[in-house]
Design a protein around this ligand. Sequence first.
Ligand SMILES: NC(=O)c1ccc[n+]([C@@H]2O[C@H](COP(=O)([O-])OP(=O)(O)OC[C@H]3O[C@@H](n4cnc5c(N)ncnc54)[C@H](O)[C@@H]3O)[C@@H](O)[C@H]2O)c1
Ligand SMILES: [Zn+2]
Length: 366
Amino acid sequence: MPNTFEAFHVKSSGGGYDVVIGDVVDLVSQAGLSDMVVLADVRFKGRLPVGEDRAILIQSDETEKSLERMAPLIERMKAMGVNRKTHVVAVGGGIIQDIATFVASIYMRGLRWTYVPTTLLAMVDSCIGGKSSINVGKLKNLVGGFHPPEKVIVDTRFVDTLDNQQIIDGLCEAAKICYARGVFSDFHAAVANKTTTADLARDIVLRSLSSKRWFVEEDEFDQGVRLLLNFGHTFGHAIEAASDFRVSHGVAVGIGILVAHVRAERAGRYSRGRNPTFDALASYVETLLYNLPGLTDVLTSLRPMDVVSKFEGDKKHWADRFRVVIPVDGDHLELTEFPRSETERSEISEAFAGAFARVGASMSRV
Ligand SMILES: NC(=O)c1ccc[n+]([C@@H]2O[C@H](COP(=O)([O-])OP(=O)(O)OC[C@H]3O[C@@H](n4cnc5c(N)ncnc54)[C@H](O)[C@@H]3O)[C@@H](O)[C@H]2O)c1
Ligand SMILES: [Zn+2]
């Protein structure tokens, strides 16, 4: 399939951008960028479309996407002669994307850029939407902005080198997006029928991105319906942070979906058996996560008070109320508020414990 590609357009305030699925080498050379600098995951060293003098290689770990690390990166770009005409090409997963979006938005008041996602999670979710999220110390995704790329190039062959957990990361996010858009049943049938990874990736990317595109175009700046895509995230971020990021983002979101489910049931907002599509989503996520090597050990080692305290620190809450997306009767999602109270803290802790049990882990009671 190297020379065939599919493309679609995403409308945004900056005029919009194209997402193209095809061969990255062909597509970058066709773009004819005369002055470019590549920000890439260090794992792609020696495989980039530019010489080493035009590439900045970055280790993809959470400490690299922190505000503290942005100044040295910007100084390095300046030393390389990057100017307002330079086009940034970012090659990597969500960490490289967050760094590139942020730096491209502020360097000399903004550079044009192209994104090449290399993880399934980035291909199915983060590559569109234009958001950057940067950590401040240990505070995850505290600062950021919106600066969409000029083009997104999805080359699904990058999926070939991902491990099982990285594939599950992408599947959890894609399943969540498709459920939020009301097309989970089609997604579910498609993943069950595809056997090869490349085939599967192409199909999932198209389903997931066309669903996400609807949210991004309806609510580019995250003020209304796009907030539903935070489903699984407020709970998931708490698991990522409490585990010192030993639980990866997509897996944490998968568990977060189950936490939301338990909390909704305990609040009397959700009845099992009356929401067939959500029941199918929850059981799909459980199947992906159950027996994922190492996961139960990490989850079992977490202290409930740490998980709840990370949950409390999420930026989406109000001063007196927690705000979370939960599944509700009628088989849809709702942004709901719970009072910040001792009773609610213990409910949240119970919901984490219930979700951990569903993926084969137990949570200590202290
Ligand atoms: N800005 C957004 O809209 C948005 C949305 C979702 C997630 N995120 C952020 O993205 C990050 C998670 O991103 P992620 O899971 O895509 O990956 P990542 O960038 O964290 O990378 C995970 C690992 O995969 C490796 N990797 C990358 N491509 C590979 C390939 N083709 N083969 C083998 N290994 C490869 C990386 O080197 C790294 O070790 C989190 O920081 C999350 O907060 C941002
Ligand atoms: Zn996510």
